[in-house]
Write a protein that binds this ligand. Structure first.
Ligand code: AHG
Ligand code: MN
Ligand code: MN
Length: 354
């Protein structure tokens, strides 16, 4: 047995201020949910849980069997302990309020139980993302309790189900990574106080959408692709796993920029990802690790939500790169981006050639 290691429980006892033990208990329940989901996912095809259902979720997306199983697992592990008064999930249409007669607490929980589920049938890394907000009372939660900007989150995190299972979380004092020790059953602090490298040469974006991008995004990516022959003067690498959790995890450890920007593919959707349980928790983790998260036009954590399943453009990662993308949006909106020093980027139309 290895001793002297910092387990998640020890970390929470040491890091949480007096009077916040309820938050610690809730995070332990979240970790228990993650362990259960990790066991379920590791079964792969053995339990017949792969594949899709004949159903769509509230967002009109095909539901995988595992989307539903992971959702039910997360709820059942977190609803009993008396720390929360309600939950919002990607897989539930409405707020789930803890009913009268059940113990309730002053926290509310938002989560994406299975992120990257399009990958799950192919044994590619997937994740769980969660966000915790505080509430003044422990009455059953209603929609308005959830519609708070990300800056008010008291904790956020994700689980990554890869070759190892990791829990990466913030309670507002840095971003810390724990690796599941399966034999001992503990999450062990393996990545304390993660800091995102400032310099990066790696971008993540689904380039199949490039003809639908706005010019600032097209400009940024064109410059990355031009590498040493363009204004950036160095070559870039590209990664796209199609699991946001895996993408963010790589970025917090070795730097990079992740974008799922607004595009014109479906004008009714102002982005692909969801503000409350994808963008906001990731933005808190990224900021706590020294990076930056934005819509391209606004700090993500300051966006005032209008609905629980709201979609939002996402640009996050190494701070200088995200700020560059914000600058390109500002120049485009001000109409000052039409002339560039580089002949490669001298015409707006060129940005759109990808
Ligand atoms: P979810 O599986 O929870 O719906 O989220 C998937 C998200 C995110 O993880 C990923 O970055 C993105 O969708 C992938 O989108 P594309 O399929 O367009 O690449
Ligand atoms: Mn997701
Ligand atoms: Mn999901």
């Amino acid at each position: 047995m290895q001793t002297g290691r910092t387990t998640l429980s020890k970390f929470l006892i040491e890091e949480l201020a007096a009077g916040h033990s309820d938050l610690g208990s809730l995070l332990i329940d979240v970790a228990a949910a993650v362990k259960s989901i990790s066991v379920i996912l590791a079964k792969g095809a053995l339990d017949g849980a792969l594949g899709s259902l004949d159903a769509q979720n509230v967002q009109g997306e095909v539901q995988k069997k595992l989307d539903v199983i992971c959702n039910e697992t997360f709820i059942s592990q977190c609803e009993w302990g008396g720390q929360v008064s309600g939950m919002v999930s990607e897989e539930l249409e409405d707020v789930y309020a803890i009913p009268d007669g059940n113990p309730r607490g002053k926290y509310i929980l938002l989560f994406d139980p299975l992120d990257g589920s399009s990958n799950v049938d192919f044994n590619v890394s997937v994740g769980t993302i969660f966000s915790i907000l505080a509430k003044e009372d422990n009455e059953p939660a209603v929609t308005d309790d959830f519609l708070k900007p990300g800056i008010t989150q008291v904790a956020a995190g994700y689980a990554l189900y890869g070759p190892s299972t990791m829990l990466v979380l913030t309670i507002g004092h840095g971003t810390h990574g724990f690796t599941l020790d399966r034999e001992g059953g503990n999450f062990v602090l393996t990545h304390p106080s993660i800091l995102i490298p400032e310099e990066t040469s790696e971008y993540s974006i689904n380039t199949s959408n490039s003809r639908f991008w706005e010019p600032p995004i097209a400009r940024y990516i064109a410059e990355c692709k031009a590498g040493t022959s363009g204004v950036r003067d160095h070559d870039f690498n590209m990664r796209w796993i199609a699991s946001m959790v895996a993408e963010v995890h790589r970025i917090i450890l070795r730097g990079g920029i992740f974008m799922y920007p607004r595009d014109t593919k479906d004008p009714s959707k102002p982005g692909r990802l969801r503000l409350m349980y994808e963008a906001n928790p990731m933005a808190m983790l990224i900021e706590q690790a020294g990076g930056w998260a934005s819509t391209g036009r606004q700090r993500m954590l300051e966006v005032n939500p209008t609905s629980i399943h709201q979609r939002i453009p996402v640009v996050l990662g190494s701070r200088r790169e995200v700020e560059r993308v914000e600058k390109y949006h500002a120049e485009y909106d001000a109409g000052t981006d039409t002339i560039f020093d580089s002949p490669l980027f001298g015409e707006r139309s060129l940005y759109l050639e990808n």
